[in-house]
Design a protein around this ligand. Structure first.
Ligand code: TRP
Length: 456
């Protein structure tokens, strides 16, 4: 391994960092509104199916490449398939996370705004109606300046953490925040499912209406599963390149996916019942949680204003941390490429990528206000970036990764990496099944879902 690349200290910190990358706005912000836009329980079923049968094999494929080479995407491909076109996959995986980061940091900026609001105790007034909370959010995202400033602040925090590198920055950051967020979201869920009128929301989450499963819902559910686990863009590959060579990939993969899955489902049960209790439209889109959470907090405020304030502050603070631990991983992929392949310094690489993301992010942010009529493929810039990455680039990237490990690498090589040269007994026993999933099931299912989007 290159001397100055750094590595994770222990299994615990590696899982926490990977889970930190996986658990983020994707679980708390994106999952609930995607569920709402795609018809509820049926979407969740497809999501679960994709998460278990597709995401784990893809996760393993990416981490096998990362741990085998201890290099970031581009270098890893060069090393395993020298002189071939596979290195272009390296490029794809450098650019996709950067597009994602651009719009992600806009939502990161919204989280900062709501954290600041919670500090000024803005949610404890029960006299503020649901409509007023929605109007405040609408006014905020469509105003030109404030979201832009906060987008910049969010991106700057990322840059600072990434400059400090793996141990100093990322590890220290993720160890604490992930468990706190988990506890808070469980508490909010318990509160939310007991709100008057919540049962319609619970129903919506558990009774599937299969007529809602269209080709595009299938693709969105799969895209959401990939998004949530940070797959198909080299994030997991890059993090796995920081693993020690004797790490157990199956264990890290299963733990990380299960944490992430559980988290999304709990977030769904925290948000959706409250959406129904408050009479919000479940298909409201990207603003869903920013309109719903203030409502939850202000109903807590009726009986216990101090509790409402404490929960609101802690909650928005941890959302912010969850967002940061994910966005850091997106920036890290590109920085790792520039440092490893282009021999740039960390600081210079970070500054360069910061600039690119900042510009695209500005367009995304303005697409809720002054640029709302600027359409790309019939969508706003924000929606276009989201759609292009999660439905196409990530899916395509994931397909290429499983294909590479399943068909391009030698079976013995994959086996060695997965079982640590046969020393992990359980992994050796299940290798056949895992390999079958990587080689056949995952690629076939991705292609089938992709085609079904075009056909139904
Ligand atoms: N998985 C993260 C979330 O759920 C987002 C994320 C981090 C991501 N890294 C990624 C998404 C890379 C796509 C690609 O919020």
């Amino acid at each position: 391994m290159a001397k100055d690349r750094g590595s994770f200290n222990s299994r615990f910190t590696a899982i926490m960092a990977m889970a930190g990358s996986a658990i983020g706005l994707g679980n708390i912000w994106r999952f609930p509104y995607m569920v709402g836009q795609n018809g509820g329980a049926a979407f969740i079923l497809v999501y679960l199916f994709s998460a278990i049968f597709l995401c784990i094999p893809i996760f393993l494929a990416e981490s096998i490449i990362g741990k085998r080479t201890h290099l970031s995407t581009f270098g890893a491909m060069e090393k395993l398939a020298p002189g071939t076109r596979w290195k272009w996959l390296g490029f794809l995986t450098v650019f996709t996370p950067l597009i994602i980061l651009s719009y992600y940091s806009v939502v990161g900026g919204w989280s900062i705004e709501y954290f600041l609001k919670s500090l000024t105790l803005s949610f404890s007034d029960p006299a503020v109606s649901m409509e007023e909370h929605s109007a405040v959010f609408g006014g905020f995202i469509s105003s030109p300046w404030r979201p832009l400033v906060l987008h910049t602040v969010f991106l700057l925090i990322n840059a600072v953490v990434v400059i400090f590198g793996v141990r100093g920055g990322i590890e220290r950051f993720t160890k604490l925040t992930t468990p706190v967020l988990f506890i808070l979201i469980v508490l909010i869920m318990l509160y939310s499912v007991n709100l008057p009128g919540a049962s319609a929301g619970i129903d919506y989450l558990i009774h599937p209406d299969f007529s809602k499963i269209t080709g595009s819902a299938l693709l969105s559910a799969m895209g959401q599963a990939f998004f949530s686990l940070s797959l198909g863009v080299g994030c997991i590959l890059t993090y796995a390149s920081y693993l020690k060579s004797d790490e157990n990939l199956l264990a890290t993969g299963i733990f990380t996916s299960m944490f992430d899955l559980l988290f999304a489902i709990i977030a769904g049960f925290a948000i959706m019942p409250a959406v129904f209790a408050a009479g919000i439209e479940p298909g409201a889109g990207p603003g869903l949680i920013f309109e719903t959470l203030p409502y939850i907090f202000s109903t807590i405020g009726v009986d216990a204003p101090w509790l409402c304030n404490i929960v609101a502050i802690l909650f928005f603070l941890t959302i912010l941390f969850a967002a940061l631990t994910s966005s850091i991983s997106m920036l890290e992929v590109g920085v790792a490429y520039l440092v490893d392949q282009r021999k740039m310094s960390r600081a210079k690489a970070t500054a360069l990528l910061f600039a690119g993301c900042w510009i695209l992010g500005v367009l995304c942010s303005l697409s809720f206000g002054p640029l709302r009529d600027l359409h790309v493929f019939g969508m706003t810039v924000f929606d276009a970036c989201d759609h292009l990455t999660s439905d196409f680039l990530m899916t395509f990237g994931s397909l290429l990764f499983v294909f590479f490990v399943g068909w391009k690498m030698k079976r013995a090589e994959v086996r060695d990496e997965f079982t640590n040269c046969g020393t992990l007994r359980f992994n050796s026993r299940v290798f056949g099944v895992v390999y079958f999933f990587i080689r056949y099931v995952a690629p076939a299912a991705i292609i089938a879902i992709f085609l079904s989007n075009l056909l139904i």
